[in-house]
Structure formats: structure tokens, C-alpha cells
Design a protein around this ligand. Sequence first.
Ligand code: GLA
Length: 386
Amino acid sequence: MRLTIDDVRSRFIKHFDGTTGSVYASPGRINLIGEHTDYNNGFVFPGAVQQGMIAEIKPNGTRNVNAYSIDLKDKVTFSLDDPKGPSASWARYIFGVCREMMELGIPVEGFNTAFAGDVPLGAGMSSSAALESCFAFAINDLWGDNKIEKMELARVGQRTEHKYIGCNCGIMDQFASVHGKAGSLMRLDCRSGEFAYFPWEPKGYKLVLVNSQVKHTLAGSPYNDRRLSCERVAAVIGKHHAEVETLRDANYDMLEEVKAEVSDEDYKRAKYVIGEVDRVLKVCDALEAGDYETVGQMMYATHYGLSKEYEVSCEELDFLNDVAKEEGVTGSRIMGGGFGGCTINLVADELYDNFVKVVKEKFAAKYGKDPIIIDVVIGDGSRKLC
Ligand code: GLA
């Protein structure tokens, strides 16, 4: 069941003073290809989904934020002026966004809020970016005259992750949540910030997510270690090639040159990233030519790299990828940061019903639980609902 405004409004009325406020929404995202490339200044190719966060917000005339998480049935109050912030991690996302908007000079005031989401948590669909983007967008509207640019709103969410949560993420998730457009994927150059909308109208194919329900959390996870590996290798290559600042600027020859100067592990991580930056561009070309077979092959190559070189997969995700291959699915791979979550699958229409049936049966037989199937519909980015 999709979340509606009324689900949020009824709780807002119940938990506060009976009046209503303004309602905002911001989505989660999928990513067709380009994983762990954003913090290497490479390309990504995400799109917003219809699932997301909805928040009702009303200024309360104080310096306090009273926030109610409908999903967790938890209420937290924090002061905008206390730099320590709340301890509940869900409330820290909201606090971080408020503080970062204040840093940008927005005169944020205290407010009451109730919010809920229908992005599955820990699925690799960026529920946290949806939350950050929802509040960044709302604060910009309520107190900022909408003068902060969308890309800066995305950066507010990213800085919140870095400074208040401890995840040194790239910009992809917040970018996608803020900029999403129904029916279009977006190719973003994470170095220049330039992006282009690509209409996503695959003739004869569907995108479907298979959620392993293995929960991941990126904060304090090996995610930050992966980023450090990339930075170490880029620095070593940079000593030989001054033009290389990040792995986006490097190629396989350069990596081979420094093989003896980096650890085997860092070498593997960098090899994956260099290949992945290139694959995003190949997928864009293939899409323009209507060549879905190539798109699918690139997705399998990404899965291999994420599993064997970048090592962010897990047994369940590798299993889902194997089943997709056995069933003749055109493309399949881990989506998002990894360490759990879901696979994204490009499936020919005529194979769709059978694939969904078989993947459920096989996964349940092996792991004792059904994977969750999510049909992808590309939706809009952050917006005011009423
Ligand atoms: C997480 C991060 C993103 C990106 C992906 C991997 O979703 O938040 O910035 O690095 O992992 O592509």
C-alpha cells in the first residue's frame, strides 16, 4: 500500500495541537548503473522512485523542533540551538538538515512535524536521502524563499550524512531525490555537477527490484573504508600523473603502473571503480541505440565487480544474481551501497512473470523467507504536496 497525505496528516493532527501545516514529499531512488562512482567524481545514472517520505510541518513559534516518526512511533524534541542534537539516529537526520540550512543563512524556526515513509529501510533505495531531501526542500520553502539551488539542497543532505551520521557518502542519493522527474533517469557527472534527463521508456522490458531483506546500514560500515581505498590509490597514481585527482581521471594502464605501490585490496577496489565509470557511459550510449542487451551485460559486469573486486555483496545477493542469470534475465546486479539490500533486474516482458515466481520460490527454499518484489516506476523529486 502506498503512503498517502492522509496517513501523515491524521497523525500530525493527533500528535500536535489539532491544526494542520504544509506537506512535503521526497522520493527514494534506483540506480541503473554507476555504483560507488559518485565519491570518485565519476558518473551515476539514477532515477527517483514513487516511494518516498512525506512530512507535515508547521512552525510552532519556539526554537524547538518536535518531531514524530509515524513508522517508529517515536517522538523527539530538540533545540535548533543546541549543537549536540538528539541521540535518536532518525532525528539526527532532521537536526543535521536544520543545522546545515542555518549554516547557509536560512532563518530556520522551531516547528512541529510528523513524517512517514514507504521506501523499505536498508534496501539500498536511499530512505535516508529521502528524509534529508524532504526536510531540506521544506525548510527552503518555509524559511528560505526557495532561494537555495536544488544541487545545494542535495549537498545539505550529503553534509548531514558526513557530519551528523558518520557516513561519508557521495552525492548520488540526495541528488536523485531532489532532482527526480517522472519517467526519466538522470546521468550526473559528479565532478562538474552537470546532468541530463534520459527518458526511461524501455520497449519490451521492465525494471524490477528483488529485496533480499538483508538489512544494511552504511554508517560506520566498510563503506567509508572503500572510499579511503579509492583515495589512497588515486593519490599514488597522482604522484606519477599530475592530472589524476580522483579515480575518475585514472585508467587501467595507470593502475597497473602503480600495482606494486598499493595493497592488493586497494588495487582490486580501484580496478572495479575504473571499470564502472566507463560502464556508465557505455550504458548511456547503448540506451540511445535501444541496445538493452548491452545494458544488461554491463549490469552483470557491475555485479561481478561489486561482488569480487569491491567486495560489497553478500551471499543472498549473489544468489539472487545467479537466479536471474539462470532465468535468462537481461541484466541484474546489486543496487546501492551494498552489504545487503536489493538487486535491480532488467527483465524482458515475456520472462517477467516466470522470473518473479522462480526467484521467490528459490530464495524462500534456501533462506526461509520471501524476497520482496518491487516494480520500478520512475517518479518525481522533492515537492510540496499541499
Ligand atoms: C550509497 C551512497 C551513495 C553511493 C552509493 C553507491 O547509496 O549514499 O553516495 O556511493 O551508496 O553507489
